[in-house]
Design a protein around this ligand. Structure first.
Ligand SMILES: Nc1ncnc2c1ncn2[C@@H]1O[C@H](COP(=O)(O)OP(=O)(O)O)[C@@H](O)[C@H]1O
Ligand SMILES: [Mg+2]
Length: 262
């Protein structure tokens, strides 16, 4: 089992979209994949189709969740496997999030080994899983730090937009600091997302990022594709929602590259 953290403290760069669709594509390739939603916004949880039934009532409140989720794993120390849910794709499992996770960082502050709660939860479970993908909130707080401490590989999505590299220095610095707790954490790869072939800007961002990260970059670049942004509102990954879209084709290619690399 290999654990991947999908992180970039910038919001809207494609972390959640990549976690869902890379995860679904890896599952289609026959891999056993576990997605962990570590963002209180729970976009991954709703985007993969879980929690849609809760959307209208308790879902949007900070009250106790009507289902077991990553908050219970981190704060109440329930076993990770007891928060597992299946998805519409065989081989693709999820540990959901809930808005109540928003208070978790404050609750964690006084907990013993607060940086390694997720690592501990992952250590003590023995399901047969090939890849664990952890979707992070857009910050470098304790939740993201837990993911970095639990992971073998850091995957950084970068949006092909102006200021693409902004804040990455801080992420890399945090990663270096985390190595005192998790010495084997490696920068596994950089994924360029939302590439728009009609603009010169996307092209120049790709050039800059390639200079900075060299061989870490995945060859597959994810294009801007409206089908990718529509899919979550149907609670579906792109490989189910529109398998012939440019977005689906890119994530399937990315999954093949990913399997070769890891
Ligand atoms: N390749 C893409 N093409 C079009 N829209 C995208 C693409 N990737 C992400 N989006 C959309 O951009 C927004 C931000 O993406 P998201 O994955 O939620 O970012 P993050 O998790 O980093 O905040 C979402 O509305 C998502 O649907
Ligand atoms: Mg997100």
């Amino acid at each position: 089992m290999k654990v991947f953290v999908i992180a970039n403290q910038k919001g809207g760069v494609g972390k959640t979209t990549t976690t869902i669709n890379l995860g679904a594509s890896l599952a289609k390739e026959g891999k056993k994949v576990l997605l962990i939603d570590l963002d209180p916004q729970a976009n991954l949880t709703s985007g993969i189709g879980f929690s849609q039934q809760f959307a209208k009532d308790s879902w949007q409140t900070t009250d106790e969740a009507p289902y077991r989720n990553i908050y219970d794993v981190l704060i109440e120390a329930i076993p990770l496997s007891s928060a597992f849910v299946t998805t519409s794709i065989p081989n693709l499992m999820l540990v959901p999030s809930h808005l109540s996770l928003a208070g978790a960082e404050i609750e964690m502050v006084n907990m013993l080994s607060r940086e390694t709660l997720l690592k501990k939860a992952l250590k003590t479970f023995n399901e047969k899983i090939d890849y664990v993908l952890i979707d992070c909130p857009p910050s470098l707080g304790l939740l993201t730090i837990n993911a970095l401490c639990a992971a073998d590989e850091l995957i950084i999505p970068i949006q092909c937009e102006y200021f693409a590299l902004e804040g990455l220095g801080q992420l890399l610095q945090t990663t270096t600091l985390i190595k005192s707790i998790n010495p084997t954490l490696n920068i596994g790869g950089v994924i360029l997302t939302m590439y728009d072939s009609r603009t010169k800007l996307s092209e120049s961002v790709v050039k800059d990022v390639k200079e900075f990260f060299t061989e870490k970059i995945f060859q597959t670049i994810v294009p801007r594709n409206v089908r990718l942004s529509e899919a979550p509102s149907h609670g579906k990954s792109i490989v189910e929602y529109d398998p012939n879209s440019t977005g689906a084709i890119a994530y399937m290619a990315l999954a093949k590259e990913f399997i070769k690399r890891f």
